[in-house]
Write a protein of this length. Sequence first.
Length: 246
Amino acid sequence: MRVPAADEVYARGTMAHDSESYESAIREYRFFLDHYPLDPRAEEVERRVADAYFEDGLYPEAIATYGHFQHMHPTSADQALIEYRIGEAYRLQMDTVDRDLASAQNAHERYRNLALRFPDTAHADRAREQLAETREHLAQRELYVAEYYAENDQYRAATTRAGEVVIRFPDTAVTESAIALLQTLAEEEKDQTLDTLSDNAMAELKANASIPEDEQRPLYAGPALKLLRLHLEQFKTQPATARTDD
């Protein structure tokens, strides 16, 4: 049986890919790699296999194939693109905030890694935009869990999870809602320290929002919010104490 020439297989794979026949494209690309592993186009074809999986919405397969490419070609000029695509593959699997967060956490890590490793690339610019969206998603999840605990009168757990928003995601829009929940929890539990700190942080946020946008400081930079974050960090490490009724 005649083995088609490398150019013929490459052309068939490219044509199938361009026509969005991804399964056929992957089959042709894999045939190419099996029979012509030393061809100068082999590295490109390896990446195209992952691209075809990604474009076909087969994100777990795309992640695995991109990861293999990264391992096999650590000096490739496509490393920034590959890291971005892996982040995108995770982000596109993100579910609602009441579901598992593994995809959001993995997307967050990939975008952050890309911004650190390849800071001056166009892919890093896009990653930073997606990182902000992913951080909002993760913060919303923490607030969702905090609200669940609050509704079930689990003060310590609710405070800890709302505190995670303030500690880990202070740059997100969810921070204000988390502080509002902390105010409510502090009032209900007569926690005067948390009550004062959360009130001050909320006042600081509202004052900051009232000035022109170009004069506003980052949400996490205010001294009142920093004090609240410090208190919440300490709260996490304190042993739980039995609640006493008045």
